[in-house]
Design a protein around this ligand. Structure first.
Ligand SMILES: C[S@@+](CC[C@H](N)C(=O)[O-])C[C@H]1O[C@@H](n2cnc3c(N)ncnc32)[C@H](O)[C@@H]1O
Length: 202
């Protein structure tokens, strides 16, 4: 997956995304924003905000900056900002190399993005850089566990450009690569097939 493939895949998916991936991923979004425990005055960066399905879950008084490489996905997200333009900002931007100074945000979250980003290590490094020291990082993603499903996911790997994500992503590989101080990790969504991770930024 390179950036162009991501933009192309999500151009194709943008008009049907909410119908298919809205309900399937919804519990994970709700768990993530609930566990983020956002307080009035918090400044949050949501990387890969997509069509903005999470935006309604943030409480009033929280400033949310949502970025995404796909202009088509963001076009849908803009319709969700409605009367909240004073506290929700959306921008086309690569989460792997943002324009924000170091330590700009209290909380940084990426839901269902690390399997999609061309370089997940760069993405997590950038999340850490723009998050304040002692701030919090949150990730929701499907990671491959051991067993027969992992084998199937490995077989599906050549389809990643078509489906718009990496089907095989072993959790051990991710944790070794991300080097996060994990506070909590819980299964979410159907069959606990996805994982919510909460980490403290150093
Ligand atoms: C599976 S969708 C998830 C969207 C949304 N977070 C949700 O909960 O439905 C993945 C999103 O990540 C975006 N994305 C992929 N790589 C990215 C990157 N490097 N920087 C910013 N957004 C990225 C895609 O364009 C897409 O909108």
């Amino acid at each position: 997956m390179d950036e162009r493939s991501v933009v192309t895949a999500y151009r194709r998916l943008s008009s049907t995304y909410d119908r298919f991936f809205g309900p399937v991923f919804e519990q994970g979004r709700q768990v993530a924003v609930h566990k983020m425990n956002c307080q009035a005055g918090d400044r949050v960066l949501e990387v890969g905000v997509g069509t903005g399905l999470s935006l309604e879950h943030y409480p009033d008084g929280v400033e949310v900056v949502g970025i995404d490489v796909s202009p088509d996905m963001l076009e849908h997200a803009r319709q969700r900002v409605n009367g909240n333009a004073d506290r929700i900002t959306l921008q086309v931007m690569d989460g792997q190399a943002t324009e924000y100074p170091d330590a700009s945000f209290d909380k940084v979250v990426a839901m269902y993005v690390v399997s999609v980003a061309p370089d997940p290590k760069k993405l997590v490094e950038e999340m850490k850089r723009v998050c304040k020291p002692g701030g919090e990082i949150f990730i929701v993603n499907h990671f491959s566990q051991k067993g027969p499903m992992a084998k199937l996911e490995r077989l599906a790997s050549p389809l990643s450009k078509l489906v718009g994500f990496r089907p095989s992503f072993p959790i051990d590989d991710f944790l070794a690569m991300a080097d996060l101080d994990v506070v909590e990790s819980v299964p979410v969504n159907a069959f606990g097939y996805w994982t919510f991770i909460h980490a403290r930024n150093r």
